[in-house]
Structures are given as C-alpha cells and as structure tokens.
Design a protein around this ligand. Structure first.
Ligand code: ATP
Ligand code: MN
Ligand code: MN
Length: 382
C-alpha cells in the first residue's frame, strides 16, 4: 500500500524525491554523464537514431558501469568530443535557439558561433528572440549572482506594488534551492483575489516596459484553464491535462513572461569594472554596446515572471523551485505509486472517478499528501 512503498530506507529508494539531494552530492560523476546523454538524445530527433535510444534504462546502466570500471564513459566522451555535439551545444546556448534550429544550422554546415554570425550578415533570418539572444550573448552566458537576483526581485516587488498592492512574490528556481548563482531569475507572483490575478501580469509588464527594464519579452497569458473553466471542475481537470499535452513535457499553462531584463544604467566606473571582470565580453560584441536599451548599462539578464491564481500558488511554488530532475521524480512517483497527478496547477487523485482534486496551502501539505518525508528546497537539488 501507499505507506510501505514510501517508507523505504535510503539504500532502496527508487525515486530521487524519496531522499535528500543537497547541492553538493557524491554522484555528480554519474549525473553529469547522464545529463550529456540526455541532452544528446534530445538533440537527435531523427527516427532511425532515436530508435537506438529506445531502451534508455539499460543504456544509462551501461554508462554508469563504464564509469565505475574505467573512470569515464567512452560513449559519453565520444559524444562530448563530437563535432555535432559541440556545435549543438554552442548554438543552443543562444536564447531562442532550440535543438531544431541548432540542427538545421549544423546541417547547413555551420560549426561555430562565428559561422552563425557570418550567415546572419549574409542575410540569414533569425527570430526576434534569436536576434536578441545573439546580441546579448556575452551578458546572458554570465551567471547571475544571488545578490543581483535579489535586487531584480526587489525592483519587481516595488513596481508590482505600484500597479497592485498586497501581492505575494517569491524568488524561486535555483536560488530558492540555495544556489549561489543561476542562469536566470525566476519570480513567482500571486494575489489572494482571483479577479485581480487575471490581467495582473500584463499590467506589471507594461509598467516594467515603461521604465525601460524590458529589452525583450515573450508574454503568454490567458491559457490557464483555471480561468476558462472557473465554474466547471471537471472541464478544469481535462483542460489542464490537455494543455500540458499540447505544449509537451513539463511546460505549464500559467501566465508567464520570459524576458530580458536590465536593471538600469550604471556609472562609467562601474561599467569599466564589469568589463575588466569579464574579458570574454568583447568576443561576440558586448551587449551593453548593441542592446537597444543600454548605453553603458548593467548586464542584461533573463528573467521569468510567473503569475498564478491563489489556489495554484503552492503547486507552482513547488514546481518552479525545482530542480527539474526533482520535479520529474516527484511526478513520476506520485503517478506510479499513488495514482496522483501532480502539476504546477494542482494535484488530482485518480483513484476516484472522476478524479478528485486535492488542495494544499503549503509545500508541507503536498509532501504529506504524497506520503513523503518533507524536503526543504535546499534538499531538492537532484
Ligand atoms: P538555473 O539556476 O540555471 O536557472 P533553475 O533550476 O532555476 O536553474 P530553470 O530552468 O530556471 O532552472 O527552472 C526553474 C524551475 O522551473 C525548474 O524546476 C523547471 O522544471 C521549472 N520550469 C522552468 N520552465 C518551466 C515552464 N515553462 N513550465 C513549467 N515549469 C518550468
Ligand atoms: Mn532559474
Ligand atoms: Mn527559468
């Protein structure tokens, strides 16, 4: 039954969410290799090649065994040193460039960033996101220190307060798990009133745009089935499930704005300091010279703003805190062991027909409901 399955000792826990996974763990040799394998699998989407990877379980086992016996995996080393993998890694490090575009460029014969820049000056079309990603490349590859993430959050809190007082704002993602730096800043927002939540993100974004903080935005609102089906619980469950399928993977349907954010212009001396601290910043053309918003400004950062209805906040908090691998394990465990569907929108017990929604007002309650020992965010670094 439920309890016996989840009360296992650390030696025989099948799911990562059943044990603590702090920032520094002892298995990085293996997880790093498996991550390469996974990234490579995502990059390969041709059917005949995907077929080779059909048995991922035994494939991973082979890699782990290889590392145990020889200190490293020949296969993973091979992938890392392959032309294809190297180019794919470079191209997909550009914001707005996914595996499909990266492969397209590879097949056109491009291998390096310089090849792509040349192609662009020869007239190759980029999406608006890719153009910005390339322009601000040297800024966006620099990790964001925690202090700066907190500063950005404080700006968001301040400006949000001018358009709508009494919101709840949380810095989520890696920082909430205790990481000292991250690749972006994830900020989760809610308000206790459903009617205020609808349309809140558009107001906030307009305000941040007016102040010049938004150099680029990818705003997606109005797809949350919670609002479409406010009066029909059943449709709500179905809508959320369908919505997830449409987008594939772990993407949710919460209102979000993925943007490029600039805190503001800094003094000339501060600018000099940052330039000296990052000598690479000249390689692809420093963003501060070329980005539309900045003439000697502070670094451009990726910021994710997410707004949730109050009832979904706890689930979004858990989901947007991550890690991605932890979420995956938690959802896998919830479904396989308990027949509970867990998402950033809520959880549904499928042992009932129709599925019964389980509410929760804290992360602790979600863990309790899942018969799992509670894990603090810093122990969710799977
Ligand atoms: P980093 O410090 O590199 O940013 P991170 O853990 O914060 O690492 P993110 O990619 O920013 O990684 O994602 C934060 C969390 O939010 C992850 O757990 C991820 O699963 C989740 N997440 C990210 N994007 C989405 C999305 N579109 N829909 C649902 N969940 C998402
Ligand atoms: Mn993040
Ligand atoms: Mn993010």
């Amino acid at each position: 039954s439920r309890t016996t399955e989840s009360n296992k000792t650390t030696e025989d826990t099948k799911f990562v969410c059943q044990r603590a996974t702090p920032l520094k763990h002892h298995n990085s040799k293996f997880t790093d290799a498996l991550e390469i394998l996974e990234r490579h699998a995502v990059q390969i989407t041709r059917i005949e090649e995907a077929a080779k990877l059909s048995s991922v379980g035994s494939h991973s086992k082979k890699v782990i065994q290889d590392i145990l016996e020889n200190g490293s995996s020949t296969e993973v080393q091979g992938i890392i040193s392959s032309d294809f993998f190297k180019s794919m890694e470079i191209f997909s490090s550009i914001y707005g460039c996914g595996p499909a575009t990266a492969r397209k460029w590879y097949e056109k014969g491009y291998r390096s960033m310089a090849d792509v820049i040349q192609a662009v000056s020869d007239g190759m079309k980029l999406t608006e996101q890719q153009a910005m990603g390339l322009k601000c490349y040297s800024d966006l590859v620099q990790p964001v220190p925690r202090e700066e993430a907190i500063n950005i959050k404080d700006i968001v809190v301040k400006e949000l307060n001018t358009v709508q007082p009494n919101c709840t704002v949380e810095l989520v993602g890696g920082y909430r798990r205790g990481k000292p730096s991250g690749h972006d800043v994830d900020i989760l927002i809610t308000h206790q009133d459903d009617d205020i939540v609808e349309g809140l993100l558009a107001k906030l974004v307009a305000r941040l745009e007016k102040l010049g903080h938004m150099l680029h935005k990818d705003l997606m609102v109005g797809r949350n089935p919670h609002f479409e089906n406010k009066n029909s619980y059943l449709k709500g469950v179905k809508g959320i499930a369908d919505g997830n399928k449409r987008q594939g993977g772990h993407m949710d349907s919460l209102d979000h704005c993925f943007c490029m954010f600039q805190v503001g212009t800094t003094s000339e001396s501060e600018r000099l300091e940052t330039t000296q601290a990052s000598p690479e910043s000249d390689k692809t053309g420093s963003c501060t010279d070329t980005c539309p918003g900045g003439s000697g400004g502070s670094a451009v950062r990726r910021v994710d703003l997410i707004v949730t209805p109050p009832k979904q906040f706890t689930f979004a908090l858990l989901g947007w805190t991550g890690s991605k691998q932890f979420n995956r394990s938690l959802r896998d465990y919830a479904w396989k062991i308990l027949k509970i569907k867990l998402s950033n929108h809520g959880m549904w017990d499928h042992n009932h027909v129709p599925p019964r929604q389980i509410e929760a007002s804290s992360e602790q309650e979600i863990f309790d409901e899942l018969k799992l020992e509670y894990r603090e965010p810093q122990d969710r670094n799977a």
